[in-house]
Design a protein around this ligand. Structure first.
Ligand SMILES: C[S@@+](CC[C@H](N)C(=O)[O-])C[C@H]1O[C@@H](n2cnc3c(N)ncnc32)[C@H](O)[C@@H]1O
Length: 346
């Protein structure tokens, strides 16, 4: 069993943090079912400081088998105090009494976390590279690996800008399955010459991507469409004029692995954002089938995949006599083969 999927919380809000997928984490995946409903600490009769509240809630999360109890408390408390991290708050603010309003908010948000709502949905925002994105269930929460996918695409775009013609420098990117907009918005933010088309089958995802684009002032360079690539291929092809890059973090879990996910993911995130069918390749195959009709010669496809996929994808394009050439596999920070790069043949 080599499922590599996990909650997005194992990272600091800023930067990529640890991506290690340890055995202990997987114990967390399976070991916390059926422990009964955990009980929230009583709302304090007297006053309470942020530090005291954090201690109470961390213990409660530990007893309730909530993943990453300490991180959860810290993010929620920081959010209630109007900060991103506890470290950025002065010590005096953490030891002074919380106002009744703040204490109530803290209890309400921590109670949601205790019922396993992912912390990103609890605080309704999360950082992805340099951006702070709005988060809303059930839209997929961006994972740290995907920041590496963006870096990969950016490095290639920069290299091609350096060596190409002015026309080549005007890249237009297509993202399949935009979720909260993390990939497209991050690319647009870092590459001012870029324009993007982003599609998703989920209406909630489309709405959230549009909202995040507006909040970040990137809406003029991004077209977002509600579209299912499995069903609306012809519409996608019409929307995909002058595209030189296709990027996607598609649903890529093998269906049989879905049951092993943490309760946070299973209960609150959209399953169709995760489940890639029996071999995890359902949406990937469709992207690779359509890509040669979308891309110009030498145009590229960048995919985030399960570590079992690069070999299968390589074999698939070869056997099919695809107009795509498999360029290379890149590993993520934990050493897993995670990203596939393909290119339209000349
Ligand atoms: C793993 S999530 C990635 C979201 C976002 N790109 C990110 O990295 O945070 C996959 C996304 O693909 C979308 N999706 C799944 N199947 C799709 C399909 N057939 N057509 C279009 N979008 C699809 C899901 O709704 C989800 O938003």
């Amino acid at each position: 069993m080599s499922v590599m999927w996990r909650s997005a919380l194992r990272t600091c809000r800023r930067g990529t943090g640890s991506l290690k997928n340890t055995r202990a984490e997987w114990r967390g995946v399976r070991g916390c079912h059926g422990t009964g409903t955990p009980i929230a600490p009583a709302f304090p009769a007297g006053s309470v400081s942020a530090l005291e509240a954090m201690e109470l809630w961390t213990r409660c999360f530990e007893e309730g088998d909530v993943a990453e109890p300490d991180h959860s408390t810290r993010y929620i408390t920081a959010h209630v105090l109007g900060a991103k991290t506890i470290e950025s708050i002065q010590q005096e603010r953490l030891t002074e009494h919380l106002s009744c309003e703040k204490a109530k908010q803290l209890w309400e948000l921590c109670s949601r976390r205790l019922s396993r709502v992912p912390v990103q949905y609890v605080i309704e925002e999360w950082d992805f590279r340099d951006l702070t994105l709005k988060m809303r269930a059930p839209v997929f929460i961006p994972r740290p690996e995907t920041e590496e996918l963006v870096e990969l695409v950016l490095a290639d775009l920069q290299a091609r800008r350096g060596s190409g013609t002015a026309a080549e420098a005007q890249h237009r990117c297509l993202e399949v399955g935009c979720g909260s907009g993390a990939i497209s918005l991050s690319l647009l933010e870092s590459f001012p010459q870029l324009r993007a088309v982003a599609v998703d089958r989920s209406e909630e995802a489309v709405a959230l991507t549009r909202e995040n684009a507006r909040r970040l002032g990137l809406q003029d360079r991004l077209d977002v469409h509600h579209l299912d690539v499995m069903e609306d291929a012809e519409t996608l092809l019409c929307l995909s004029r002058s595209i030189s890059v296709v990027v996607s973090n598609p649903p890529y879990l093998f269906s049989e692995d879905m049951a092993l996910l943490e309760p946070e993911i299973l209960r609150f995130e959209d399953h169709s954002a995760l489940d890639g069918g029996a071999d995890g390749l359902r949406v990937i195959r469709q992207i690779l089938t359509l890509a040669p009709r979308i891309l110009p010669i030498h145009g590229r496809v960048y995919l985030e995949v399960d570590p079992r996929h690069p070999q299968l994808i390589h074999q698939w394009v070869k056997e099919r006599g695809s107009e795509l050439r498999y360029v290379e596999t890149r590993r993520d920070i934990s050493g897993s083969p995670r990203f596939c790069i393909l290119q339209r043949k000349s």
